[in-house]
Design a protein around this ligand. Sequence first.
Ligand SMILES: N[C@@H](CCOP(=O)(O)O)C(=O)O
Length: 433
Amino acid sequence: MKLYSTNNHDLNVDFATAVFNSMPLDKGLYMPVHIPELDQEFINHIDKFTLSQIAYKVASVLMKDTIPLEDLHSIIDDAINFEAPVVELGRDTYVLELFHGPSLAFKDFGARFMSRIMGYFLKDNEKMLDVLVATSGDTGGAVALGFLNVPNTRVTILYPKGKVSEIQELQLCTNGDNIHAIEVDGTFDDCQALVKQAFADEDLNGKLRLTSANSINISRLIPQTFYYFNAYAQLKRQGKSDVVFAVPSGNFGNIGAGLLAYKMGLPVKQFIAATNANDTVPRFLDTGVYETRPSVQTYANAMDVGAPSNWVRIMDFFKEDEAALKQIVKSKSYTDEQTLRAIKDIFETYDYVACPHTAIAWLALKEYQKDNSGSTGVFLSTAHACKFPDIFPEEIKARIEIPEQVAELSKKEKLATHLDTSFESFKAYLNRY
Ligand SMILES: N[C@@H](CCOP(=O)(O)O)C(=O)O
């Protein structure tokens, strides 16, 4: 597997280089030079396979020349050890539950796979790997658990002070060992900008071996394709086709992975990128003007991203054909008021508790289905509702089951360093390592 930069198509690096660099120096993002398609025979019979068999098939088609297949097999078995069920809620309405991993968010797919991939390549390397990650809520917790106690790694998580839920904050700040948290007096975009600036800083790179666990890293996207194929397999078992995926979207890594799966041959009728008030992409698709804005705080905090990193990847997938991009990707944004209404509607209609991110995806799906009947609608549930207890009306809150790992969190002590948004402060912090 070779990769180029979205800013330089002549660049050609191997997978391990792309994983550890995270971002090319030209500040583009790495993309596979060749996106292989799965054979039609496999797609036709995909309903016969389990999630881990599908994951292995997809990963081996992409990475067979990179990691011996036996090792890839063990990495997948170890990383993807939880389910991603598609649950039928109503006629042509399915929810793909992606919150059954240890941090209760879809980010576990990416974070667990990435930590094992890095651990695999690091084996003979003596130098400590510094993993930097910016989070608006869910990525940080997944990365913390994914890398906890991985030898030769140290993780630094930056999160916007007061803008993540209490449970999310505890997931980031209570791990100790090789996991360090920094609460930044700013937004997620400030955190993401600090991380990207660190990669471009010569002094820091001379001293530390930096890498990123955000979805700018290509190794985060690959495992997220697995659950799209697996969702399709589950629907096929029920005789369903014409699948529409409504995807909660913030940094656009999730839908980016869906589009990678599509390019690899997954039959999809439509993707809908559903956003909160941070509507950079829906505005772009409506007007043709790509204008990022500072992120605004919403109930769906993990999607509070004003400058979505992965949009350049999505543009790159369709570089010669913007019309094709606009055909396969629709995008809609929703307010907090609509989100809250949707949480109640989902509860009343299906007796189902959806987190705010999930509710936004459902809104987008329902709006699409009004004008397009007959498709099989799947909205992605990216996080467990228990992570956002304060948002729900009492009646719904009472129905949320609290998983054991969350109950345990409240007994732990919060450990975080407080920083302003200046790069000097962040650099000084890293220089103390
Ligand atoms: N939604 C994210 C923001 C970071 O996005 P990522 O795609 O880089 O992980 C979060 O929950 O932190």
